[in-house]
Design a protein around this ligand. Structure first.
Ligand code: M7M
Length: 183
């Protein structure tokens, strides 16, 4: 038999097509809930670093859409890890896999309840990884998740990851939303 995961997950792919709306460009790729099905998916789709500019992968708990407006997301926020251009070839794919393994492996213990999903954005100005949580006021849970992410990704630099509320990201002027927490 296959080894069941604690949660069911849906992988989404975003490809920017100006002829369609943002939401229409989010496509469900596959749904999985066993370790074996995760690995077979992971091994047969393009790696994040092979995607073209403007594309995203999103891995969210089944039933949660990878967008601010989903009821499970709209009071939440995201831990944001911004990479510089040269990290695409050296670290992006390893970081993305590690983030996925934290999610499906429930690495955040009791704070795993707050996890909604994770996103990787492939962008010319620098790729981004984010982990979305359900409640931007749950400081303890958010800090536990941030600490664990830094530890698992081996990120040493203080202040290198920031937590933004989706409400701030939605309204951001320019490219930087103000952040609520950092580790
Ligand atoms: C339901 N809905 C429309 C909607 N719902 C959403 O949840 C949502 C959007 N729209 N997003 C749109 O993409 C632009 C780029 O953000 P980016 O995160 O790709 O980052 P870049 O600026 O391309 O680096 C955002 O400015 C926003 O327009 C982003 N986003 C998450």
């Amino acid at each position: 038999i296959k080894h069941p995961l604690q949660n069911q997950w849906t992988l989404w792919f975003f490809k920017p097509d100006r002829a369609k709306g943002w939401e229409e460009n989010q496509r469900e790729v596959i749904h999985f809930d066993t370790i074996e099905d995760f690995w077979s998916t992971h091994n047969h789709i393009k790696s994040a670093s092979e995607l073209s500019a403007g594309c995203d992968y999103s891995l969210f708990k089944a039933g949660i859409k990878p967008m601010w407006e989903d009821p499970r997301n709209n009071n939440g926020g995201r831990w944001l890890i911004s990479l510089d251009k040269k990290q695409r070839s050296s670290e992006l794919d390893n970081y993305w896999l590690e983030v996925i393994l934290c999610l499906i492996g429930e690495a955040f213990e009791e704070s795993s309840e707050d996890i909604c999903g994770a996103v990787v954005n492939i962008r010319p100005k620098g790729d981004k990884l984010s982990v979305w949580t359900a409640d931007c006021t749950n400081r303890d849970g958010i800090m536990k998740i941030g600490q664990k992410l830094k530890e698992r990704l081996g990120i040493q630099v203080k202040g290198s990851i920031v937590y933004e509320a989706h409400n701030d990201s939605m309204k951001k002027s320019g490219s930087v939303a103000k952040f609520r927490y950092t580790v």
